[in-house]
Design a protein around this ligand. Structure first.
Ligand SMILES: NC(=O)c1ccc[n+]([C@@H]2O[C@H](COP(=O)([O-])OP(=O)(O)OC[C@H]3O[C@@H](n4cnc5c(N)ncnc54)[C@H](OP(=O)(O)O)[C@@H]3O)[C@@H](O)[C@H]2O)c1
Length: 275
């Protein structure tokens, strides 16, 4: 596990990478580069990039059963989330998160620009009074199904066709954002929304930020399509970072997907041999 420190110099370097306007800065010889492996893949501009992030307890919960999710992450976990927001073009949440938490999705715990805010609201239940619609901050895009009545007020509306199961295709969502030059995206929650992007094989990196608390009950951070056998479990390449109050598991889902596509049956065979 690598300890990560984010100095002002390195953060400015990462913001330069994110802007893509100038070449990377020349770093001082004693620069602490420990944060680069965690953040540079997000900051670099190289086509579409999807980061998903979950802030959870030691027992994998993101809230109490009553929905209290305020302090799951420690202060460094929150700073990490805000850095991730500052490095992307857009942050995506499901309408369930807006209803539960009324977030502003802005960058406050780190210097940097706030991303465009995107709410996936298939059935048009975004509250008119939502903070992000009224705070004068970065633009808000609401994504609805095209059979739902259009609502005006404080946001751009994107209408997409439903899939056969009534939901919206995460691929269509990303395509609509790419059309608006929003190519690097942080899918911030909740579990429902993140899981749809992971199930659709669209997430490049998944950051699971674990805080040393035990909640004991309540919703989990991810709920993927159920599997029967552990041989079908996701086995991403993982790097682990100590960021201070929290530990971040940086899961490379893109490499895992490529490996799985190349060797579809290998793990089944291995599991059978060792049983
Ligand atoms: N700890 C963390 O990192 C973190 C981060 C964010 C949120 N949270 C917590 O997560 C909880 C909310 O999560 P959640 O899983 O219940 O809800 P959610 O993911 O925020 O929102 C889910 C809803 O968004 C809509 N939606 C999202 N993607 C869609 C798609 N592809 N197609 C159609 N509809 C789509 C659906 O709305 P309809 O039901 O209207 O169809 C769906 O029910 C809150 O308690 C919040 O505090 C935790």
């Amino acid at each position: 596990m690598q300890s990560v420190r984010v100095t002002d110099e390195m953060w400015q370097h990462l913001l330069s990478l994110r802007e893509g306007l100038i070449g990377p800065r020349v770093l001082s010889p004693d620069a602490d580069v420990s944060c680069l492996p965690l953040y540079a893949p997000i900051a670099r501009r190289s086509g579409q990039f999807v980061l998903a992030q979950v802030g959870q307890s030691l027992d994998g919960r993101i809230a109490t059963p009553m929905g209290d999710a305020q302090d799951v992450s420690g202060s460094d976990g929150i700073a990490h989330l805000h850095r991730c927001r500052a490095l992307v073009d857009a942050v995506v949440v499901g309408v369930g998160t807006v209803v539960a938490d009324d977030p502003s999705l802005s960058v406050r715990a780190a210097p940097g620009r706030s991303p465009v805010r995107v709410v996936v609201d298939c059935n048009g239940r975004m509250p008119h009074r939502a903070k992000m619609l009224n705070d004068g901050g970065m633009p808000v895009i609401v994504i609805q199904a095209d059979d739902v009545a259009r609502r005006n007020g404080g946001h751009e509306l994107i209408s997409l066709p439903r899939q056969a199961d009534g939901s919206l295709s995460p691929r269509d969502i990303l395509a609509a954002l790419t059309e608006r030059d929003l190519t690097s995206v942080l899918v911030e929650g909740g579990a429902n929304t993140i899981s749809r992007f992971i199930d659709a094989q669209l997430v490049d990196r998944l950051h699971v930020s674990v805080s040393p608390i035990i909640i004991g009950s309540g919703p989990a951070g991810i709920r993927l399509t159920p599997i029967d056998r552990l041989s079908q479990a996701r086995r991403p390449e993982v790097q682990v970072y100590n960021i201070g109050t929290d530990i971040v598991f940086d899961c490379n889902l893109r490499v895992e997907a490529q490996r799985a596509a190349a060797l579809p049956d290998c793990e089944d065979i291995l599991m059978a041999d060792t049983a």
